[in-house]
Design a protein around this ligand. Structure first.
Ligand SMILES: Cc1cc2nc3c(=O)[nH]c(=O)nc-3n(C[C@H](O)[C@H](O)[C@H](O)COP(=O)(O)O)c2cc1C
Length: 214
């Protein structure tokens, strides 16, 4: 396999950050997220890359879906025994990354992650579609399986057995909440003179920002 991509070039000029209007990162996140939600070129605006440091000390990123945002943090759901779950158990310092190419925007968040309360996870689980609930019960996420067809058969069986039943959330599946301490916003601009703003929590527990060189 060989590909030369040296001529792949894009002009970035769609949006601009007005540095004078900046106050806190949640407002800017909200503003960007609301615009991205309306952008038809973005299929899954709530898809974000969650990066963790693994047992092997290597970083690993994977996409998860953001399900709630407020001033407490950013919530997603997963299997607590998965590779990411085990990584988080050992080191709860993580990053989240949103990339919206059609907006020429990237947001990177650093924070600490914790499990959400059981009642919050129960509530979300109860609202999932039936087959998604079954899938969460069945899947030992990140473990090696014998074959996909075997998994599919097990799924069909569980669906049959549990028809019309109210399913309980498996204890190893639930929510995580990331509490940010740093936000970096990147806006693509012409001639590679991109705009970057880094918000951080200062000693007085107030959000401050620096403008970074592209
Ligand atoms: C669009 C998309 C959405 C996903 N959403 C989730 C999610 O919300 N939760 C989750 O655990 N995995 C989700 N995944 C799968 C993860 O990327 C990953 O494969 C899985 O969580 C196992 O990761 P791990 O082995 O590093 O723990 C999603 C993948 C994609 C591509």
């Amino acid at each position: 396999m060989k590909q030369d991509l040296s001529n792949f070039r894009k002009v970035y000029q769609k949006n601009v950050i007005n540095f004078k209007e900046l106050n806190n990162p949640y407002n800017l996140f909200d503003q960007w997220f609301n615009l991205a939600k309306k952008d038809r070129l973005i299929e899954e605006v709530n898809a974000m890359v969650l990066s963790t440091i693994g047992k092997d000390k290597y970083p690993k990123g994977r996409v998860v879906l953001l399900k709630k945002i407020d001033y407490d943090g950013f919530v997603f759901f997963s299997n607590y025994d998965s590779e990411k779950g085990i990584s988080i158990e050992k080191n709860n310092k993580v990053s989240l990354l949103f990339f919206w190419p059609s907006q020429q925007r990237q947001i990177i968040i650093k924070g600490t992650v914790n499990k959400t309360s059981s009642s919050f996870s129960d509530d979300y689980f109860s609202k999932r579609p039936f087959k998604s609930q079954i899938s969460a019960i069945l899947s030992n996420q990140s473990e090696v399986i014998e074959s996909y067809s075997k998994l599919k058969n097990e799924m069909d069986l569980l669906v049959k057995e549990n028809k019309n039943k109210v399913l309980k959330r498996p204890k190893n599946w639930g929510g995580y909440i990331v509490t940010p301490f740093e936000f970096e916003f990147w806006q693509g601009r012409p001639d590679r003179l991109h705009q970057r703003v880094m918000f951080f929590f200062d000693k007085s527990k107030k959000w401050k920002f620096n403008i970074l060189s592209p």
